[in-house]
Each structure stands twice: as C-alpha cells, then as structure tokens.
Design a protein. Structure first.
Lengths: 151, 400
C-alpha cells in the first residue's frame, strides 16, 4: 500500500474519507479541518517526505454539494512518487480552508490563485489578494456559474 | 546618531518596472520598493496576459483544447500539447505507437533547445551581451524551420494529437534534422566562448539570486531552476514517459552556490544533452515503420480515409468523433512532464462527458516568479533584471 495512505490511516484515521487508485495515481480525500496537520505530517515524515508541493487547484463541483474543493498535488524526491490530496469544503456559500503556506512557501501564490478564480478563502494566509484579475474585479471567473463570455 | 547619518536616511521610493518594459520578458509589472538603489521588496503584478485558458477548456472537446495549450508557454508550444496529450491518454489508458513516441521526443527536445536559446539570447542581451542574441536566434530559426517542415507552423506547430500525431514526418525531414544535430555541438561552442568565462558576464551573474536546495523545494522550483540549486531531479529520468527510459542522457547539476551563473551552466549543458537525445531519437525513428503514428483505438483516432468512404461503421465513427469528441471515463489524472522551464503538470478531471470538468495547468513560470521577492530583497535594482532573466519566465506561462 502507498506509504502516504498508510501514514494518514494510522495518524489521522478519522480524517481520511476515501482513497482512490486510478490510472496509477493515488488520490486521498481528507476532511478539511486538519489539513495543515495532515500536510505537515506528510512533509516531515521520513517515509513519505513530500517536501515539494506541485500545485493547488481550486475546484467547483457544482451542481454537486459540497460544491467547492481544494486539490493538492505533492511530490517526494526521495521515492519519486506523487499523491493527490483532495478536500471538499462544507460551506457552499463561503468556502474556506486553512492555508498551507506555512508548510510550503510555494502555496502562497497557488492559494491566491484559487481565491481569485474560485472565491475560496484560505484562513491564515499571509497575503490573500487577487492575483490574475484586477483588484477591483467582481466575481470569481472560474466558478461554474460564471459565464464564459457576455460577462 | 550624528547629523550626517540622519541626513543619509531617506524615505523609500516606489518604482514601477513594466508592464511593458523590454527586460520583463512580456507584460510583467514589478512594483519595487527601493532604498537608494537597494531593493526593499519586489511585488510582481501579473495577469496582464490572462486569457482564461483553463476556463475555456471546460467548454470545448478535448481535441479543441490543443490549440489553447499551444499558447500556454508560447516559446515551447508543442511541449504543452505533449503534456496535455499524455494526460488525456493516461485518462483513456491508451498507448501511442513507438514511432509516434520517438517523434514526440525528438520534437520536444528540439523545442527545448529552441526555448533555451531564446532564454540565453535574451538573458545575455538584458545583461549587456549583444552578440549571443544573434547567434542564438540563428539556430532557433533552424529549429523553427524544422517545426514548419513537420507541421506547417513555426511557433505553434499543433503537430501532436491525442493518440499520436497529426501526420507522419515529411520526406526530407530526417536528413534536415540530422544536419542540425551534427552542426549544433560546434555552434554551441560559440555561445560558450562568448559567455562562460566572460568577466562581465560573471560579474553580473555570480552570487546573484542564490538559493539553497531546501529553499528551492520549499518554493516549488523544478527543472533547471532546481537543478541549478543542486536538486538532482529530472522527470524524464525519474518518472519516465513516452519511452524516455530508452534514451541515454545526463542530468546536469549546477555549482554549490545555486546562483544565476549556476543556472546558466545547467541550461547550457541541457542543450547539449537535448541534442544527444534528438540524435538517438532520429536513429530510433529510422528503425520504426513509417506511417505507424496513431493509436488504432476507434474511441480516439479517426478511421483511415478510404474506410470512411467505403464502410458505414467507419463513417459513423468519423462523424461521432468530429461531432461529439472523445469521451474519456470519469476520473482524475495528473500528468507532469519536464518542460524546458521545469515541471509542467496537467490535472484533468473528467465526468465522463466530452468536455473536461476541470483542467488545471501547473506551469513552472508561475511558481518560480512567486519567489522573486525572496531573491531580490537586499539586492541592487540592476540585479532584478538578472533575476527575471535567470527565471526564464514567459508571461503567457505565468498568466495562462
């Protein structure tokens, strides 16, 4: 079994929602509340050593509920393997999750982008501003209910 | 505090660099706070080239995403398509024929050389070296000619398809490519002679923008940026795709300083290694059956034209593929490739329909640019130009 899955199931048995193996990719869905602890454990554990955050993607699963989610892709340079972490956010109107910027510095910009594009708030983020859109922009363009054109 | 010290203390100054400054490599605006000539903070303001490529992908079929992907990193157009095609092929669980895999590797490695040449020419030019630009663009032109030969287009070849290639290589391509490969190692020596031991070049690059390996990983650096800081990591070697495991090449690492000069050395060596891979690819292509460039799976590839005219099932298949597009099974995949600028990742979520539910493009330029403030702090304003140059960013790649 994947070492990351084993670690999470041992240390955070309550948090793991599901584990999906698809086309050789491992995706672990976790509850959002303890995401910082989970990420810190995955980074610092000797066996997993996910020292590198590849990307964070904000997700809009509408019309499903919970509507919003955040996806983290982690890479380990020691074993050359990857996992995807997924968290679904309970609040459809004001989606929020704790920031992992303290775990990986690169998360600062990824989270700014997810905030800008999807309107997901990252609690404890050092500098949560829009990044691609102008500062006075109204709305979050990558939400599914935001029109492609004719805005 | 005596009076002279008090007089020397001044207020900081805000300076706008860009968004249309020649050395910002596109439409990048950097809001710099200066104390005299020293940088207190540098805040990149991006998004001027945001085209909403990820959003647009959600409204079109997988094949129609390809022209958009070409324009993510426009200096290495076909590399983006390479990653996107691999991701969709992973989603579909199909494999493309060996000949197509080798041709893809060859085109992508040629593109890597072209991208590195563009970086070298402009980076050198930014720092006051005029000559390398002309040399580099001379060879880049030859690579673009090869792309034009294969696909008809120079910057955006759009030569790869999900499941293979648009067409086989034209007659005369392999000898032309072989000529380029043969000449490149010698031409490379010209750039090397102009810069590597050049005292002005070293003054501007040595010690500028140093990053430790641990910090590089923390800031998400990949590709030549990370290798310049001593991270021994190359996706082509460590997580091979498209038959890279069959090729022999070395992953060059930088000096222990991890500075701008170190990254220069890494990219210079990478060009030679890419040339080596192209050479091997040419031999491998020559050993495969011409015409075998598409995965025969009817879910993905159009049937042969003769069959469309003579066989009703093939006609229907053709019609459905054009009208509806590919329908991969529901699921999510992440496929990363070693692009010229670092790790380029494609996270694709499918709900089983003909259009992707979500496409996330992880681009190396976006990630690397986020660490500009860290590198620039406490340096001279003129170093900012060296830092933007060494990052090898393309604003289309940053903004998507």
């Amino acid at each position: 079994m994947n070492k990351a899955v084993a670690l999470l199931e041992e240390k955070f048995p309550e948090e793991v929602v599901e584990v999906v193996e698809f086309r050789g990719d491992t995706t672990i869905e976790v509850k959002p509340e303890r995401i910082v602890e989970i990420c810190t454990a995955l980074r610092d554990n000797h066996e997993t050593a996910f020292r590198y955050l590849s990307m964070i993607a904000g997700m809009d699963y509408s019309p499903a509920s919970p509507r919003f989610g955040v996806v983290y892709n982690l890479y380990c340079h020691k074993h050359h393997n990857r996992i995807t972490l997924r968290a679904r956010l309970a609040d459809d109107l004001a989606p929020a999750i704790d920031s992992v910027a303290t775990v990986w510095s690169t998360a600062i910009w990824h989270e700014r982008e997810a905030y800008d594009m999807m309107g997901i708030r990252f609690n404890g983020h050092p500098d949560l501003r829009r990044i691609l859109m102008p500062e006075d922009w109204v709305g979050h363009p990558q939400r599914k209910d935001y029109p492609l054109r004719g805005h | 505090m005596n009076q002279t010290q008090a007089l020397q203390r001044t207020e900081t100054m805000q300076l706008n660099v860009g968004p249309s400054h020649p050395s910002t490599h596109g439409v990048l605006r950097v809001l710099v706070e200066l104390d005299g000539e020293l940088i207190v903070s540098a805040d990149p303001d991006i998004g001027f080239l945001h085209r909403g490529i990820e959003k647009m992908c959600e409204y079109r079929t997988y094949h129609k995403c390809l022209p958009l992907m070409n324009r993510v990193d426009y200096l290495a157009g076909e590399v983006n398509n390479f990653g996107f095609c691999l991701a969709v092929e992973k989603l579909l669980a199909i494999e493309v024929p060996k000949r197509a895999q080798y041709i893809r590797v060859m085109i992508v490695e040629l593109t890597r050389i072209a991208s590195h040449l563009f970086w070298l020419g402009t980076h050198g030019h930014d720092l006051g070296a005029m000559t390398p630009l002309f040399y580099c663009f001379r060879e880049r032109e030859k690579i673009m000619d090869l792309c034009e030969m294969a696909s008809g287009a120079r910057m955006f070849p759009l030569y790869f398809r999900i499941g293979g290639l648009a067409a086989d290589l034209p007659e005369g391509f392999l000898p032309a490519a072989a000529d380029f490969v043969k000449s490149f190692d010698k031409l490379w020596k010209d750039y090397d002679a102009l810069l590597t031991e050049n005292i002005i070049w070293k003054e501007r690059t040595v010690g500028v923008g140093a990053m430790s390996a641990a910090d590089a990983l923390d800031w998400g650096w990949s590709g030549p940026m990370a290798r310049g800081s001593g991270v021994d990591w190359d996706l082509r070697r460590d997580n091979p795709y498209s038959s890279y495991e069959e090729f022999e090449f070395v992953v060059p690492l930088g000096t222990k300083e991890g500075d701008t000069y170190s990254r220069y050395l890494v990219r210079m060596q990478e060009m030679l290694q890419s040339n080596r891979i192209v050479k091997q690819a040419l031999d491998k292509i020559a050993a495969t059956e011409p015409g075998d460039i598409k995965c025969p799976d009817p879910r993905v590839s159009l049937p042969p034209k003769e069959l469309v005219y003579t066989d009703i099932a093939a006609l229907i298949n053709h019609f459905k593929l054009i009208q509806e597009g590919i329908t991969p099974p529901a699921g999510e995949v992440y496929q990363a490739i070693e692009a010229p600028k670092g790790e380029m990742g494609f996270y694709i979520v499918s709900d089983g329909g003909p259009q992707p539910l979500r496409v996330k493009v992880r681009t190396p330029s976006f990630v690397v640019l986020s660490s500009l403030d860290k590198l620039a702090k406490g340096r001279l304003l003129s170093d900012l130009i060296a830092l933007i140059g060494t990052m090898d960013i393309v604003l289309a790649d940053v903004d998507r």
